[in-house]
Design a protein around this ligand. Structure first.
Ligand code: HEC
Ligand code: HEC
Ligand code: HEC
Ligand code: HEC
Ligand code: HEC
Length: 268
């Protein structure tokens, strides 16, 4: 049994190598690396299929069953993997955002949602304090502000929630919607999220909401979201919200139907 699996695996590997050789075809490594599809403006129109023609490995790769030090993936759970929505075996970063079941239920991320074009000339093997701060992608392939939107802290201070959600959630029946049927109800209308599915899952389990709003926070700050006007919104803007935009960035609105934004002060 094991042997058949191994053989099948080797055969697949070999096929993979063949496929890669075919799709890169006449293009050598340098031509691939400098392919204009990596840069603006072409990257903005690129489809996932086009990127995957050369980068299939970002979705095909699986994590090791066991680390070199002997830690079994199946037995190692990180703190953020205890959020209620976390399911299944350990997966790679790309797979967790693009192909796993939960990811495809609530999100619709594309390669170019995250990859905005990184010019290798803007990268450096050595970073230093006087590096050019205007180089957004300096040794990074992705603008971390995007990650912050789904991996920031839970800003309970602005919510009349007395402290961190895991401690005080029970006061609100472990239900974000207790308040969020009324506040900030015009939300998630962007092309990389699935707003209806998020609301449906959020009704069943607050961890759906908390997951992206504090439950797996890699940062010590929270994202200052655009404040979309909602029915019943008060005229006065709280201090913490001064200067916030009233709409998400234009590139996240491409391809979606914006619901008619209510005017400030409209009654629900
Ligand atoms: C014609 C083949 C080809 C296509 C199509 C292609 N790439 Fe690449 N890409 C390459 C090669 C070759 C490299 C260099 C790989 C290396 O150095 O390991 C590369 C490197 C990268 C890197 C790492 C950059 C760096 O400087 O280390 C990223 C990120 C990337 N590509 C993303 C994308 C995305 C997103 C798309 C679709 C918009 C895409 N690629 C389309 C061939 C391609
Ligand atoms: C959730 C955001 C996100 C999405 C969606 C995404 N990537 Fe990435 N990708 C990253 C990050 C972050 C890195 C690591 C960057 C670094 O090391 O500086 C990365 C690294 C890469 C690299 C460099 C090699 C590697 O594996 O580290 C390639 C190639 C790449 N991505 C291609 C793709 C392609 C093709 C897609 C679409 C199928 C895609 N990415 C979708 C965030 C994303
Ligand atoms: C649109 C929301 C969204 C964006 C943007 C996003 N993530 Fe995530 N990320 C998630 C969700 C949801 C999960 C959990 C998926 C699950 O539990 O199956 C996750 C999981 C992760 C994990 C854990 C993976 C694992 O298997 O344990 C890491 C690490 C991560 N994200 C880093 C990043 C980084 C870095 C970026 C920016 C390049 C980023 N994320 C952008 C929503 C997002
Ligand atoms: C006690 C009521 C209450 C509860 C419970 C509550 N919120 Fe809030 N939330 C608010 C209020 C009030 C605001 C600010 C409204 C405004 O913009 O004036 C807010 C704002 C937010 C914002 C926007 C933050 C920003 O900087 O723009 C997010 C995201 C959010 N809540 C998520 C959640 C999540 C997720 C939960 C559950 C884990 C939750 N809230 C539970 C009342 C609540
Ligand atoms: C997959 C990640 C994800 C999940 C799940 C999620 N959110 Fe969000 N949320 C986001 C992102 C990303 C934004 C910013 C979107 C934008 O730019 O308009 C956001 C924005 C918000 C805002 C600000 C609204 C505004 O004015 O634009 C509120 C409030 C909020 N979310 C509450 C919730 C609640 C309540 C739930 C559960 C029903 C939830 N979120 C589930 C990622 C998520």
């Amino acid at each position: 049994m094991k042997r058949t699996l191994l053989l099948t695996f080797s055969a697949l590997m070999w096929l993979g190598v063949q496929a890669a050789a075919e799709t890169t075809g006449d293009k050598d490594y340098q031509a691939g690396r400098w392919d204009p599809i990596h840069f603006k403006p072409a990257i903005e129109q690129a489809t996932d299929e086009q990127c995957l023609e050369c980068h299939r490995e970002v979705l095909d790769k699986q994590v090791r069953e066991q680390s070199l030090a002997g830690v079994k993936a199946a037995e190692a759970l990180a703190w953020y993997q205890t959020v209620g929505t976390y399911q299944g075996d350990q997966e790679t970063f790309h797979r967790r955002h693009l192909v796993t079941e939960y990811a495809t239920q609530v999100m619709d991320l594309k390669c170019n949602t995250c990859h905005q074009g990184n010019d290798p000339r803007d990268e450096a093997g050595m970073s230093h304090a006087e590096g050019d701060p205007t180089l957004n992608h300096y040794r990074k392939h992705v603008d971390p502000n995007l990650c912050l939107k789904c991996h920031g802290q839970f800003p309970y201070q602005i919510m009349a929630v007395p402290g961190p959600w895991p401690e005080f959630g029970h006061v609100f029946q472990d239900n974000c919607l207790l308040c969020h049927v009324t506040f900030r109800t015009n939300r998630h209308q962007v092309n990389y999220l699935k707003p209806e599915a998020i609301e449906a899952l959020g009704k069943q389990d607050a961890d759906t909401c908390y997951g992206c709003h504090g439950g797996r926070s890699w940062y010590r700050i929270s994202y200052p979201y655009a404040r979309h006007p909602w029915p019943g919104m008060a005229e006065a803007v709280p201090d913490w919200a001064k200067g916030r935009p009233a709409q998400s960035e234009a590139r996240f609105l491409v391809g979606i139907k914006q619901p008619q934004a209510p005017k400030q002060g409209d009654k629900p």
